[in-house]
Design a protein around this ligand. Sequence first.
Ligand SMILES: Nc1ncnc2c1ncn2[C@@H]1O[C@H](C[S@+](CC[C@H]([NH3+])C(=O)[O-])CC(=O)[O-])[C@@H](O)[C@H]1O
Length: 322
Amino acid sequence: MISFTRFYKDIAENQLQGWLEHLPSKLAAWQREHKHGALPKWEKVLAKLNYPTPDKLDFKSSVTVGSGEQLADGPKEKLENLLQLLHPWRKGPFYVHGIHIDTEWRSDWKWDRVLPHISSLENRTVLDVGCGSGYHMWRMYGEGAKFVVGVDPSSLFLCQFEAIKRLAGEDLPVHLLPLGIEELPPYDAFDTVFSMGVLYHRKSPIDHLLQLHDQLRDGGELVLETLVVEGDENTVLVPNDRYGKMNNVWFIPSVAALELWLKKCEFKDVRCVNLDVTSLDEQRATNWMRNESLVDFLDTDNPQLTVEGHPAPRRATFIAVK
Ligand SMILES: Nc1ncnc2c1ncn2[C@@H]1O[C@H](C[S@+](CC[C@H]([NH3+])C(=O)[O-])CC(=O)[O-])[C@@H](O)[C@H]1O
């Protein structure tokens, strides 16, 4: 069973120790009430991941665990089969003992767009809201962050994260909690808070911005990445049904509108640092994600539009200070 004991031990010694009042009961409730039917199957996979301490770890230029020379072909194939049981792998890529987990998303490309614009993560305590499988958390750790916490309610992503962590080293100061941002007690503790790919999934985007604000210390940095549309500060797309076949998309503001929202939520030095239209090479089906992907979400006659006729995904990154 997935345990959070190590996380509690780590936070008892840092500025998050106040979380010990609230989080054990929330995580115990998750363990008690969690009903994802496949969780026992995924936990069995985790229990089988007993592999040698890797001879190589790289989190700075990729997420690589093991050089690929420690395992013979048989054990390597067995490991690959185990990791495939955690399908679909969406955010990555990961290189594990020579196995290339070629995920749906090239999350490394997003990281390359974001990294040049943020304050150094050296020695920082970092929160990654909606961290998915934790890909970017490893890259944050690779940039020198001293403690990285991610929150994401998906149990599959938790298991994918735990798989990488078990293979990389249980004592690394990188943790994923299966909670929504709204479940975290406000604590003004983080030096940097990331929210990437989450805002459009929230029913109340202003509340989301306020919750991010609540997690930052004064002077801390917000890194916000989300879908945007073209338009002025009063332009917001609220899809009447699905957006790119997703049924959980609520608000897609323009850059100007989101800058205004951030300022209204008392963020300072608000800047949009990157704008990018998602390419078919960045999000695609692979052997590790065999379901539909971006090409199936766009209009075949006009790829500038989604199948519903909305503007195709365009993403912006914002930096702001509390
Ligand atoms: N209330 C919530 N609190 C926290 N997380 C949530 C919540 N609701 C949904 N999520 C999580 O937010 C993530 C959004 S994906 C971005 C991944 C990564 N950040 C990336 O930038 O590649 C983008 C996408 O797939 O559209 C998912 O993992 C959800 O489970």
